[in-house]
Design a protein around this ligand. Structure first.
Ligand code: AMP
Length: 542
């Protein structure tokens, strides 16, 4: 016997319908690419996204077609997402930080028919336009006054294009499992692979993140996704923000410390989220200027391990609650959030920061386990580490066009490629990417732990640890440091700082100082390139 409840497919446009009905006057405030701040209500966003859908359908876009966006976080980008998905087409977020060849590859692989792009990216796309022939039209996210002369095919200013429609349109109706979004992961080997989100997975994933134990969003919050829409679905905030009725602040193209500070303060942002490198910039700015954070309550940090020194600074110096989160593009992307459960509520100071170093526990709709190489499940004791595997309604089951073949094991688990521990309370801690872990004398050393520790040294701006071949131990850790401006740390002071805080055999065999460390398009340290840079390196004593 089936239940006798209504069939109400979980479709993305229902989110913006809800926001417009229940929170119609609440604002989306953006730093526009043209410069000035811009405000618009959820009611108007809904109207304009319906125009996007109507206008796209006039351009011949149909269910299942891919429409690319190459844009910063602004209200226009948000409207495009809702408009594209509301038509049953697929928004394909292109990460501008990818290499030119990768962008060409993914646009061709996706066969994008239209490309919405910010003014910032016009020169870059003009250069490659001849090599992305599936794109029939380029829509520049601006008005005619700001549209530059361009060689892009059928280029039009978004506002003019939109003005050709009256918005008298009904959202399309289709199955909730219909594809809604496409985001390519920048794998370190091989070509990028497309992760295809459905309406259902996006809606469920947004619902998963609204409660207090995750983002804790409500109509009283002012939420700013600094994490870009092109980085794994902006960690759901483009959906969970409107769904919860929060005011949204979109920071546009300027993500340096001073600009992020300015918008946090002037817009009274209460909740924000981004990768650690963004917060390094903000904290450096705060330290230089001595300014306070007056409104911010919670900051979500993920994408790479959040260094302990960062958590401590935010909490001790600025009274901001840091919540560590983990996930990946294939998981829509959030897989765990480090909310403090009541049984751990007594923890204070160092013990609390120890907990906050962990990536958190899986909310409902994510199942998690650790397993050894044979696939046997390992205990949740906080010590045993193994390959982290996940399941859930917002976890990928395969990549676009079947690239990479079968990605689930026979029991339906997706191997994240991360190595982790899980403790008795369910808190997971990432030890490393499986391929970055340092194998020394048959044991494993976590590069993340060493980097974290080194980052606590007052003269260190950035730290990376890689395994370097060693004649006796197979691999030993090499610590690579970018010093803070005007600081001059030396090897001995760094090693002395780390001494006693980790097992002796984890101590790096050497420390080298470099002016910069390479990052991937999603802000992670590019370990592969570092290994390449240091492939001739030999330990002094080896
Ligand atoms: P991406 O799909 O580009 O977001 O990359 C996902 C990968 O980033 C994960 O598999 C992890 O290796 C890494 N990652 C994400 N969040 C964290 C975190 N909080 N701590 C450590 N690694 C993380």
């Amino acid at each position: 016997m089936l239940g006798l409840m209504q069939d109400w497919p979980l479709l993305i446009h229902r989110i913006i319908d809800h926001a417009a009905k229940q929170h119609g006057q609440r604002q989306v405030i953006s730093r526009s690419i043209e410069g000035p701040m811009h405000s618009i209500s959820y009611g108007e966003i809904r109207q304009r996204s319906m125009k996007v859908a109507q206008r796209l359908s006039r351009d011949g876009i149909r269910l299942g077609d891919r429409v690319a966006t190459l844009a910063w976080n602004t209200w226009r980008h948000l409207e495009c997402w809702y408009g594209i998905a509301g038509l049953g087409a697929i928004y394909h977020t292109v990460n501008p930080r990818l290499f030119e060849e990768q962008i060409i590859y993914i646009v061709n692989h996706a066969e994008d028919r239209i490309l919405f792009l910010d003014l910032t990216f016009v020169p870059m796309i003009e250069k490659i336009a001849a090599r992305i022939p599936t794109v029939e039209r380029f829509i520049v996210l601006t008005d005619s006054a700001h549209l530059p002369a361009t060689s892009l095919k059928n280029a039009v200013a978004y506002e003019d294009w939109l003005a050709e429609c009256d918005g008298d349109f009904r959202w399309a109706n289709f199955d909730e499992n219909t594809a809604a979004g496409l985001c390519y992961t920048s794998g370190t080997t091989g070509n990028p692979k497309g992760v295809v989100y459905s309406h259902r997975s996006n809606v469920l994933h947004a619902m998963m993140l609204i409660p207090k134990e995750a983002f804790g969003l409500s109509p009283g919050d002012v939420v700013m996704p600094v994490v870009p829409l092109f980085h794994a679905n902006s960690w759901s905030l483009a959906f969970s923000g409107p769904m919860s009725g929060s005011t949204m602040v979109m920071p546009g193209a300027k993500l340096d410390g001073a600009s992020v500070y300015d918008i946090l303060e002037t817009q009274k942002v209460s909740v924000t989220a981004a990768v650690p490198t963004v917060w390094l910039g903000l904290l450096a700015y705060l330290e230089q200027t001595g300014k306070p954070l007056s409104h911010l309550k919670r900051v979500f940090i993920g994408g790479s391990a959040c260094p302990r020194a960062m958590t401590e600074k935010f909490e001790r110096n600025y009274g901001v609650n840091v919540i560590h989160a983990w996930g990946m593009t294939e998981m829509s992307p959030v897989g765990s959030v480090c909310f403090v459960k009541p049984e751990l509520g007594e923890l204070r100071d160092d013990a609390l920061y120890d907990l906050k170093m962990k990536q958190g526990y899986a909310p409902f709709m994510v199942e998690m386990k650790i397993a050894n190489d044979k696939g046997d499940e390992l205990p949740w004791d906080g010590k045993t580490f193994g390959r982290l595997k996940v399941k859930g309604p917002a976890v990928a089951k395969s990549y676009f066009r079947g690239e990479g073949g079968q990605i689930l094991d026979e029991d339906g688990w997706f191997d994240t490629g991360d190595v982790a521990t899980i403790d008795a309370y369910g808190y997971m801690q990432i030890t490393d990417r499986a391929k970055d872990v340092i194998k020394s004398g048959g044991e494993w050393i976590s590069s993340i732990d060493l980097e974290n520790l080194a980052l606590g040294h007052p003269d260190v701006a950035e730290a990376a640890v890689i395994g370097v071949a060693h004649p006796k131990w197979d691999e030993r850790p090499l610590l690579i440091i970018v010093p803070k401006p005007n600081a001059n740390p030396d090897k001995d002071s760094l090693l002395a700082f780390m001494q006693g805080k980790i097992a002796k055999w984890w101590m790096p065999d050497d420390v080298v100082f470099v002016p910069d460390i390479p990052h991937t398009a999603t802000g992670k340290i590019q370990k592969m390139e570092l290994r390449e840079r240091f492939k001739e390196y030999r330990f002094p004593a080896a």
